[in-house]
Design a protein around this ligand. Structure first.
Ligand code: PLP
Ligand SMILES: N[C@@H](CCOP(=O)(O)O)C(=O)O
Length: 462
């Protein structure tokens, strides 16, 4: 399998190269040159298999011979051994035809662990083989950062720098990033919002002098391997409800569009998904786009679901690439306009193709709190604000087929919002019970490329 850039001007890469490269050198995102498909029999055969076995079969066509079969199976086994549930990503019934896919049983209590634990193992294997060293820089609205730090802390061949928006993540999220003691971990509190952090990251990748001198690598969903690992749980959950003999729909709390894009990939691979529902908070650019085709940035407004406080949804570019029949030049024009003037308009054809696959909904702050309370009272489930947004929209969009809503984080990551909404204080697991007593280590930095690059260069030199 070869990987090509959504902007059509960067060299084709293998899986391993794409994983270690991050952003394409033309500013685009790497995607597989075509979507591999699985037969109905293959998908039916997933029933009763372990999460790890399904992961191997779903990801193998994308990974090719980067790892031998035995090595790849071992990588997958190690990645998920740290999960606190035997099913890894269990499905819980909310009501008669609505299910919650719990993705928060990994070490940092968010769905990011599902991919990040795997990427940590894959990076380690690839870097051991090559003897190379890399500088991972990540942008986070709270969860990617802690998951990346957990996956890479203490690794000799890696320095990991995480930029988060100062004052805009929950206290638990911040402490998960600022309290690890390993020397290769560097938390950077950036003045700005998540979009500032992600733009800085992309600018770093486009600064070839910096990129090459620090051996820059990325573990945001810029990295194709991140999205790939998330495709697996669409298969495991759908099959447990009767796929491929029965269709299912998914509702996905959405920000950077990585998680729901993984669902789109599962559908391209042959999983019978009826609807993919984008659930947004008040930062609703994707919901507005689906209504009118107008993809216009507005400022990011802080919310009680901070991980979704995003207006530049990076992976939307991967979808637009398909919506425009994989014409890199058209995609480059649209996303350059988004950067330069803050908006672009989808063609009628592209909007129609998007509407064929996706629905969307938006949940306000008050509605988010009310949804947390309502689910707690009706079902006993304490949901994090992101998952509550998904569940509310999932309920509204229910049709004839089962609806699976992705529960993307554990409520204990957002105790203040959850307690204010439903009166329950969600406890952290015992292994994290002293999180609030640990010392924090963080560098405050201006939201400015030169300033961030200077900090990174200085730390690496030191
Ligand atoms: C808890 C939580 N829910 C939902 C999202 C949105 O996911 P995505 O950015 O893949 O759309 C994120 C951030 O990525 C998150 O951390
Ligand atoms: N919500 C994310 C934002 C970054 O998304 P990613 O999937 O591109 O890593 C976060 O929690 O950091």
């Amino acid at each position: 399998m070869k990987y090509i850039s959504t902007r059509g001007q960067a060299p084709e890469l293998t899986f391993e190269e794409a994983m270690l490269t991050g952003l394409a050198r033309d500013g685009g995102l790497y995607v597989p040159e075509s979507w591999p498909t699985l037969s109905e029999d293959q998908i039916a055969g997933f029933a009763g298999k372990s999460y790890e076995d399904v992961a191997f079969e779903v990801m193998k066509p994308f990974v090719g011979d980067t790892f031998g079969d035995a090595e790849f199976r071992e990588i997958i086994a190690k990645a998920y051994s740290s999960f606190g549930h035997d099913a890894r990503c269990p499905l819980v019934q909310l009501d008669s035809n609505h299910y919650l896919l719990e993705l928060f049983h990994g070490p940092t209590l968010a769905f990011k662990d599902v991919a990040m634990q795997l990427i940590g193992q894959m990076f380690e294997a690839a870097l051991k083989r090559s003897g190379n060293r890399v500088t991972i820089v990540g942008a986070t609205s709270g969860d990617t950062g802690s998951a990346a730090i957990e996956a890479f802390r203490g690794l000799d061949a890696v320095d990991v720098f995480i930029m988060y928006p100062h004052g805009r993540v929950s206290e638990v999220q911040r402490r998960q990033m600022t309290t690890p003691v390993e020397d290769n971990v560097h938390a950077l509190a950036v003045d700005g919002d998540f979009d500032t952090c992600q733009a800085l990251l992309k600018d770093m990748f486009n600064d070839f002098d910096f990129r090459d001198s620090v051996q820059l690598a990325g573990v945001n969903s810029i990295n194709w391997a991140r999205v790939l690992a998330q495709v697996v749980y669409y298969f495991t959950s759908a099959v447990s409800l009767g796929a491929p003999h029965r269709k299912v729909s998914f509702t996905v709390p959405t920000g950077n569009f990585g998680d729901i894009f993984a669902g789109y990939v599962a559908k391209r691979m042959g999983l019978p998904i009826d609807r993919l529902v984008i659930a947004t908070n008040q930062n609703d650019i994707l919901h507005r786009t689906l209504q009118s085709g107008d993809h216009s940035k507005t400022g990011v407004v802080p919310s009680i679901s901070p991980s979704m406080d995003i207006q530049v949804s990076s992976n939307y570019e991967r979808l637009v690439f398909d919506l425009y029949d994989r014409e890199g030049e058209a995609v480059a024009q649209l996303f350059e306009a988004l950067k330069d003037v803050g908006s672009f308009k989808l063609s009628q054809g592209a909007l129609g193709r998007m509407a064929d696959e996706f629905d969307s909904g938006r949940v306000s702050e008050d509605e988010t709190s009310a949804a947390i309370k309502d689910y707690y009272e009706r079902t006993g489930e304490v949901l994090c604000p992101h998952s509550a947004i998904g569940a509310k929209i999932g309920d509204e969009m229910q049709g004839d087929v089962p609806m699976i809503t992705l529960a993307t984080a554990h409520p204990a990551k957002f105790p203040a919002a959850v307690e204010a909404a439903c009166g329950e204080h969600p406890a952290l697991p015992p292994r994290m019970a002293d999180l609030f007593e640990r010392d924090e280590r963080v560098t405050r930095v201006a939201g400015d490329l030169a300033a961030v690059e200077a900090v990174i260069r200085e730390r690496i030199a030191g």
